[in-house]
Design a protein around this ligand. Structure first.
Ligand SMILES: *Cc1c(COP(=O)(O)O)cnc(C)c1O
Length: 220
């Protein structure tokens, strides 16, 4: 199936409150151009250098989302143009994004990454840490970032019920915060190629899909 057909298929499945982030990491320019040509405008990348090169090469009406682990010393390279950073996983990183956004006279939309998977390896804050942060006043002291929601990754498993439970725990946290201390919350980023339908059923507003659209990534 062509990339255009895949994008069309996924987009047809999405509910009206859910948008597709085409995860184009490790893909060369032509597949991104193909996706762009059939109307895709949101792309997700996870490496700063690669993102900077693609941003320079592709049309300016693309909305670039950063979804990988972001090192503080690299924030400055993407601060001029990045639309959303999904993967804020430390206060140190949030402060650096605020500083670089200020230098660029911007306010950058950010999501806090929440650790919802059983697995040890996944990045992110615990649910309790998120509650403490959002109930505190640290973010009110960082005027150049706007915390617009949460991001999480489910366990890599065939047990779809546990995947659903993990997404539901994130969704519950999101809505509880939105109704109490974070009325600005608007994005719940969850769901990848294998689990995006479940994520959407549990309230995702941004699904991040790579392999299903573009095929296997070449990491060499
Ligand atoms: C790579 C990646 C994706 C896309 O995963 P696929 O399984 O290829 O759809 C989504 N989210 C994050 C954070 C990723 O790093």
């Amino acid at each position: 199936m062509s990339i255009a057909k895949r994008i069309n298929e996924v987009t047809c499945h999405l509910s009206k409150d859910c948008r597709l982030v085409a995860v184009s990491k490790f893909q060369p320019i032509p597949p991104l151009q193909e996706a762009y040509n059939c109307g895709q405008r949101i792309f997700g990348e996870s490496k700063v250098q690669e993102l900077v090169e693609k941003e320079a090469a592709l049309p300016k009406d693309i909305e670039w989302h950063f979804i990988g682990h972001l090192q503080t010393n690299k924030v400055k390279y993407i601060a001029p143009f990045i639309s959303v950073i999904h993967s804020v996983d430390s206060l140190k990183l949030a402060k650096e994004i605020d500083k670089q956004a200020q230098k660029n006279s911007r306010v950058i939309d950010c999501l806090l990454e929440v650790h919802i998977a059983q697995e040890e390896s996944k990045q992110g804050f615990s649910i309790d840490e998120i509650k403490a942060l959002m109930n505190g006043k640290v973010f009110s002291e960082l005027p150049n970032i706007n915390i617009v929601g949460l991001m999480g990754m489910a366990s890599f498993t065939d047990d779809l019920e546990s995947v659903r439970k993990e997404f539901r725990s994130l969704s519950t946290l999101f809505y509880n915060l939105k109704e109490s201390v974070a009325p600005q919350f608007k994005e719940l980023s969850m769901g990848m190629s294998n689990d995006y339908i479940i994520a959407m059923e549990e309230g995702s507003t941004l699904v991040r899909i790579g392999t299903y659209l573009f095929g296997q990534r070449n990491y060499n």
